[in-house]
Write a protein that binds this ligand. Structure first.
Ligand code: 4AD
Ligand code: MG
Length: 432
């Protein structure tokens, strides 16, 4: 019996005969030779079919295959220094599983709307392949980083009755005979977790009814939210920079093939593995923006142009510290040195990518928090469980949330978040 392997394992089988289940991505043939571009989900490589080395029937089959035909291939692995992948297979036999004409995605340029309509098929192409592998590495690295640093993963619910990040972007749904909202953030539950287990992180889908069409906003995105008891903001910033630097290092270490497929320069990425990251205050950021002639005043939130400008001024990710209270969420700790501000930070990714992390130290005082809940027009009854965390053994604690797709978009140097998630959800897109 010939051994069945994956393409990714080809390097271990040089000069050996193997069998692989594959799909055809492209093909070229002449009278005597056919070059089959093959994929099996683990990598892409070339199959070479020589007319003189195979049966008449196998050669005819090879020449007649259509794009995305599925088949078993048997052959011998050879080194191939001219290709990205480094190996190819010299085919001895082909056993067709399924073959049909008319696969809609050719090897020519397609418009983005067409590709998104065909996302269920587009995922098979090289670029989505590379991005999804990098996404997987970032998820794996996140679990490793937090588990190795004494955190436990704690899941937060998706059906909720509270709105941590403000009520305007909530997705409303019916929950039997009451109202519910899809979670905007797992944070409030992560805080309960931190009071129970010290250091926790959540990782799950979050939902925001973002009506703006930007390259940075999805309506459904995945967020990693660590929360840490007995921890002030400065220590949390250290965790954040170490985490981000670790993610980039893991992608460099384990995704060289994928980075090559999307042409991402590794030397650029290496700059982001050095910590600490630069830190500037919100006040300083306003000064820099005004100095560049941008139309912002103290108290304004930053939009994409402001974040892009700031992030382009630094070679590394940069923290913007302590924003005005009006533009941030109710649960943050007021700055003891300046009551107009919160003890919080956003981390902006370089190369113009903007915010990838938002975080803060949290308010720990029961009365003050209750007052803010009321002042924000929220119903204290809905938040009574959250207020309990301040009633029984309240401690200083801090946390943050990293948008997974924002991080992927930056690390992969993509133009738009929609390529960073398998099936993007945006204001005009619910299918496929
Ligand atoms: O800054 P945000 O709103 O912070 C929170 O949700 C806090 N509860 C986090 C915490 O402290 N536990 O969102 C956090 C991150 C942003 O920095 C961004 O990376 C991402 O979530 N994000 C989005 N990603 C894609 N599409 C959207 N519409 C996003 N909104 C936020
Ligand atoms: Mg934010």
């Amino acid at each position: 019996m010939v051994k069945q392997i994956n393409i990714a394992d080809a390097k271990n089988y040089v000069d050996q005969e193997v069998k692989i289940g594959v799909w055809l991505t492209d093909k070229r043939s002449s009278g005597k030779i056919a070059f089959l571009q093959l994929r099996d989900g683990t990598a892409f490589f070339q199959g070479v079919v020589l007319k003189n080395e195979v049966s008449e029937e196998t050669f005819t089959t090879a020449k007649g295959l259509h794009q995305e035909a599925s088949f078993w291939i048997t052959g011998t692995i050879h080194k191939d220094d001219r290709s990205h992948f480094g190996y190819e297979i010299q085919v001895s036999d082909i056993e067709v599983i399924d073959d049909s004409e008319g696969y809609p995605i050719g090897n020519k340029e397609h418009g983005i709307d067409f590709l998104l309509d065909e996302r269920h098929l587009w995922l098979r192409s090289r670029r989505p392949f590379a991005i999804m592998h990098i996404r997987n590495e970032i998820i794996k690295a996140s679990y490793d980083f937090f588990n190795d640093n004494g955190f436990i993963k704690m899941d937060s619910p998706i059906f909720t009755g509270t709105a941590p990040e403000g009520t305007t972007e909530l997705f409303h749904t019916e929950y039997f005979d009451t109202d519910a909202y899809l979670s905007q953030s797992g944070q409030l539950y992560a805080e309960a977790g931190a009071m129970a287990y010290g250091k926790v992180f959540t990782f799950g889908p979050t939902f925001r009814a973002e009506k703006s069409k930007t390259r940075r906003h999805l309506t459904e995105f995945w967020m990693i939210e660590p929360e840490m008891a007995f921890m002030h903001q400065e220590q949390s910033l250290e965790v954040q920079e170490n985490y981000v630097a670790y993610l980039v290092q893991r992608v460099i270490d384990n995704c060289a093939y994928d980075l090559k497929l999307i042409d991402r320069d590794i030397e650029t990425l290496k700059k982001y593995t050095k910590t600490p990251y630069p830190k500037i205050t919100y006040d300083k950021a306003i000064e820099m923006l005004q100095g560049a002639g941008m139309d912002v005043k103290w108290g304004d939130d930053f939009g994409s142009p402001e974040e892009s400008y700031l992030s382009e001024q630094f070679e590394q990710p940069v923290f913007i510290l302590n924003y005005p209270k009006e533009i941030k969420s109710f649960y943050m700790l007021p700055d003891p040195d300046d009551d107009r501000l919160f003890v919080c930070a956003d981390l902006l990714a370089p190369e113009g990518y903007g915010e990838i992390i938002g975080g803060s130290e949290r308010e720990t005082d029961y009365d003050k928090l209750e007052e803010v809940v009321k002042a924000k027009g929220l119903n204290p009854e809905d938040y009574s469980w959250y207020l309990d965390l301040r009633k029984y053994g309240s401690v200083p604690h801090s946390g943050f949330g990293m948008g997974l797709e924002r991080a992927i978009t930056w690390i992969c140097h993509l133009d738009h978040l929609r390529e960073a998630i398998p099936f993007p959800r945006m204001i005009n897109r619910l299918r496929p």
